[in-house]
Ligand binder design. Structure first.
Ligand code: ATP
Length: 270
């Protein structure tokens, strides 16, 4: 991938199958992303205006970024990634310039997806912040609004934004023609946890006694990111026990499971 400060571009390699659970959500995204990007000519033939923005919200570590990448992979779209926090921390004018520049490059590389992580940092409700830096946020937000409105004339660009704090997003971004689709990405349920464990043990050598279903049952409130960590750690525990080990056994998973406490609490789940 080519990298300039604050933005990376590539067609991601992650596919839908790399994401456990979220069957309906994946289908919705697939339609919302692949169709307009792949068939933009058909949309304009019928005079149907495609979606320009999708907001993904939900707790950290539950695959918002991975979903955006899988969508780009499926549509074979260039993937431009921006972080709200990073834009916010730049020198005066630099963040706006990077935003404009990213949209310009995305137009040239279309079909493109611009992924905007921690969107609430930039798109926070105007007047809602107590910081002395409100002006920075407001200038970034108005640049973003201008660029999104400009997409009306452009085909094959979609903005996907992610946030853990959807209520903090400025209402101006939620108007028609901006973030038209809002999708909640929930923490994984039992079935999803089982699938996530399968995804992240795909390339591991597992002992016959490993019971991923039981581990999924015993890992309520774990996020996808935590389950991924659990699998990796189990492998490390096995190696620490015996550096010539040939398989990872159930007890290694259990050791790690017992040592972890999920960061999410029931109250945080919408
Ligand atoms: P944040 O809000 O912190 O940016 P996020 O919701 O964007 O988090 P990701 O960055 O997509 O989460 O996920 C973090 C890691 O967890 C990834 O490496 C991904 O492989 C893994 N992961 C999360 N959810 C799943 C899932 N459903 N299936 C497989 N892996 C997952």
């Amino acid at each position: 991938p080519s990298i300039t400060r604050g933005v990376t571009v590539e067609i991601p390699k992650v596919s839908w199958e790399d994401i456990g659970g979220l069957k309906d959500l994946k289908k919705k995204l697939q339609q919302a992303v692949e169709w307009p990007l792949k068939h933009s000519a058909a949309f304009s033939r019928l005079g149907v205006s495609p979606l320009r923005g999708i907001l993904l919200h939900g707790p950290p570590g539950c695959s918002k970024t991975t979903l955006a990448k899988a969508a780009a992979h499926a549509a074979q779209a260039s993937f431009f990634s921006l972080s709200g926090a990073e834009l916010y921390s730049m020198y005066v004018g630099e963040g706006e310039a990077l935003l404009r520049n990213t949209f310009r490059r995305a137009r040239l590389a279309a079909p493109s997806i611009i992924f905007f992580d921690e969107a609430d940092v930039v798109a926070a409700k105007r007047g809602g912040s107590s910081s002395s830096n409100i002006a920075v946020g407001e200038r970034l937000l108005s640049t973003l609004l201008t660029e999104m409105d400009g997409l009306e004339q452009v085909k094959g660009i979609l903005v996907l934004a992610a946030t853990n704090r959807p209520h903090a997003i400025d209402a101006a971004l939620m108007r028609p023609g901006r973030f038209d689709l809002v999708l909640y990405v929930p923490p994984p349920d039992l079935e999803a946890r089982h699938e996530i464990l399968r995804v992240h043990t795909r390339d591991m050598k597992l002992g016959n006694d490993v019971d991923l279903r039981q581990i999924a049952e015993d890992s309520e409130l774990f996020t996808g990111a935590e389950l991924e960590g659990l699998c990796r750690e189990a492998g490390i525990v096995a190696l620490r026990e015996d550096i010539s080990a040939t398989v990872v056994c159930n007890r290694h998973f259990l050791t790690v499971r017992d040592s972890l406490k999920p960061a999410l609490t029931i109250e945080e789940i919408d």
